[in-house]
Design a protein around this ligand. Structure first.
Ligand SMILES: C[S@@+](CC[C@H](N)C(=O)[O-])C[C@H]1O[C@@H](n2cnc3c(N)ncnc32)[C@H](O)[C@@H]1O
Length: 256
């Protein structure tokens, strides 16, 4: 019986190369072939960072196999069916890439921004691939430093006060309102600046960071009612300048 293939999901940290853990460095050195998802996006900087990490820590004979991203039909009438078809197609492309990349017993890997378990779709594909059962493989996750850790480290603040809960959410969900009793909120994937819609902004402290761990890093902090507008404006300006933005922030309700 053939050894199953091995697929590593290696978290590379959400910024500078020094965030790579020693475990990630060791894992990169074990890889026979790196799978790279081609999103045809303007993520040139990130693609370059990945290539640098592979050049520095990968084996000289390690290969790179591109996983083409299937086009998405957003106009389809049966929307749910279209999403399912797209996921199936995506899975199939990953399976083909894995089969092509390494023989049974070989090690393939995906380098995942930040940590692979936080707001990243790769593990979902891996799950679906296991469920389809067309390629036998086992997967392993190598944790990475997420944007959340980087944000609070840069500001030198804790994620929560003693004993409190932390709510991690998206801009869209924040805009829809917070559940009761939430005192610490981390917001990711915020296209605009959803914090602007929070009631009682004078009760929230904000710690914001964009392009964390990169040369374009930008930080701001203060009471939401005092700095919120400036942050929203700076975010819009940075996005216009660079063409894309990645930012995240922590909101903490001040104690009465
Ligand atoms: C698809 S999620 C991926 C998160 C990633 N897996 C992690 O562990 O950080 C992308 C979101 O993460 C946040 N993010 C990732 N890297 C960032 C960085 N260097 N600076 C600021 N925010 C970042 C942003 O909120 C962005 O919208």
């Amino acid at each position: 019986v053939d050894d199953p293939r091995r697929l590593l999901l290696i978290g590379i940290g959400a910024g500078e190369p020094q965030l790579l853990t020693q475990q990630a460095v060791a894992a990169i050195g074990e890889v026979d072939a790196f799978l790279v998802v081609d999103k045809g996006e303007t993520t040139g900087d990130l693609a370059r960072l990945r290539a640098d990490l592979v050049a520095r820590h990968g084996r000289p004979d390690a290969r790179t196999v591109v996983v083409p991203e299937p086009p998405r039909d957003r106009t389809a009438e049966a929307y749910e069916q279209a999403v399912q078809d797209w996921l199936d197609l995506r899975c199939a492309r990953f399976e083909e890439a894995l089969l092509e990349a390494v023989p049974p017993g070989g090690t393939a890997a995906l380098l995942v921004w930040g940590d692979p378990t936080l707001y990243d779709g790769t593990l979902r594909i891996v799950d679906a691939m296991h469920a389809r059962g067309r390629v036998a493989f086992r997967h392993e996750v190598v944790p990475g430093i997420s944007a959340v850790q980087l944000l609070v480290a840069r500001h030198g603040v804790p994620l929560n006060r003693i004993g409190e809960a932390v709510h991690v959410t998206t801009g869209r969900r924040l805009a829809a309102g917070l559940p009761d009793g939430v005192d610490n909120v981390v917001v990711m994937l915020d296209a605009g600046f959803a914090a602007a819609s929070l009631p009682e902004p004078e009760q929230w402290q904000l710690w914001w960071g964009a392009y964390l761990g990169t040369p374009d890093e930008s930080l701001a902090a203060g009471r939401l009612d005092e700095v919120g507008e400036q942050v929203a404006a700076r975010k819009a300006a940075l996005r216009a300048e660079k063409g894309w933005i990645m930012d995240t922030y922590l909101l903490r309700r001040t104690r009465p």
